[in-house]
Design a protein around this ligand. Structure first.
Ligand SMILES: Nc1ncnc2c1ncn2[C@@H]1O[C@H](COP(=O)(O)OP(=O)(O)OP(=O)(O)O)[C@@H](O)[C@H]1O
Length: 296
């Protein structure tokens, strides 16, 4: 796995008749990436998403290079890789969040339950209700705690009566592990909550519209370890009912929360496998270099 070059430096050759061979580590970027070829297990038996030959361009620049991947039903899959390798770009294809970027173009076949995500007739608002998203920085609306959670159900007409809406708000806050902390101050403004509470509120807001998938883009990067632990517990509980795709810079977090881990590098999907395999016996040299901290 570890490719090391045995070199004898010219300086050493001149100075020493019996030089000690100097081993020079191959730079990770020298490792071969075969475009479109992903090591490990990129496909799933019961696929929620089937993504084939996906490419994403920002203007002329190709940020995602021929990636094929299945994401299983009720699977938690973590996307890891060095900064700028395309994790967020690929994640945002799953609910067309890239649509708002004018210069962004997505190619390939992207299917959710065998239906084309990029079908021009698709209702993107409905897609985003099915495929919810939680962002890096908690972004509650400047409204009450109650109204933050009730917002989606209201615009999607999910509750006919106030009591139905109350039930949705309570259930969503319970699932997000927040109910006991906020039940006596539902009318308080959400921006007055702690960062960790705000992030769990954003999760409650995402699940209030009964999504099938929750996308999380570095959901804990702005949180302290205690708040992070709470969100991770929540991910474990939510995984019983939802498909979860999480982008994370924390390999420990990927190891704790995900079933499979996908390693991205320079816009390629280099390796995908069961999380314990990726971290204990990575098959690709680049994955190994990254998880052993040689770069990233
Ligand atoms: N709105 C944009 N316009 C132009 N280029 C972009 C845009 N967003 C991302 N890119 C480029 O696409 C590539 C992939 O970026 P992306 O944010 O998806 O990577 P990432 O792996 O999520 O990075 P990070 O871990 O730093 O968040 C980078 O080269 C980045 O500069």
């Amino acid at each position: 796995m570890n490719t090391l070059n045995s070199n004898i430096t010219s300086e050493a050759t001149q100075q020493d008749e019996n030089p000690v061979p100097v081993q020079e580590e191959t730079k990770p970027t020298d490792a071969v990436i075969e475009e479109g070829k992903t090591v490990g297990k990129p496909y799933a038996d019961d696929a929620k998403f089937k993504l084939r030959d996906v490419e994403v361009f920002y203007g002329d620049s190709r940020a995602i290079k021929n990636i094929s991947l299945d994401i299983g039903r009720n699977e938690v899959i973590a996307f890891i890789g060095p900064s700028g390798c395309g994790k967020s770009t690929f994640l945002r294809c799953l609910n067309r969040m890239n649509d708002s970027i004018d210069i962004c173009r997505v190619k390939g076949s992207l299917k959710l339950d065998d239906q084309d995500i990029y079908d021009s007739k698709r209702d993107v608002v409905e897609l985003r209700a099915r495929v919810g998203m939680v962002f890096q920085k908690p972004n509650p609306f400047p409204k009450s705690i109650y109204d933050n959670v009730a917002y989606g159900p209201r615009i999607h007409g999910l509750a006919n009566r106030k009591s139905d809406l109350d039930d949705i708000v309570e259930n969503s806050l319970r699932k997000a592990g927040l109910w006991d902390e906020v039940k006596d101050r539902l009318d308080a403004t959400a921006t007055g909550m702690s960062g960790g509470q705000q992030q769990r509120l954003c999760i409650a807001r995402a699940i209030a519209v009964s999504p099938e998938v929750v996308l999380m883009d570095e959901p804990c990067s702005a949180l302290d370890p205690i708040a992070t632990a709470k969100v991770e517990e929540l991910i474990a509980e939510l995984s019983e009912s939802y498909t979860i795709v999480i982008v994370t810079h924390s390999m420990q977090q990927a190891a704790r929360v995900s079933h499979r881990t996908a390693y991205f590098h320079l816009g390629h999907l280099v390796e995908v496998n069961e999380t314990n395999k990726v971290f204990t016996s990575p098959q690709h040299e680049l994955t190994e270099s990254y998880i052993t901290g040689r770069f990233g």
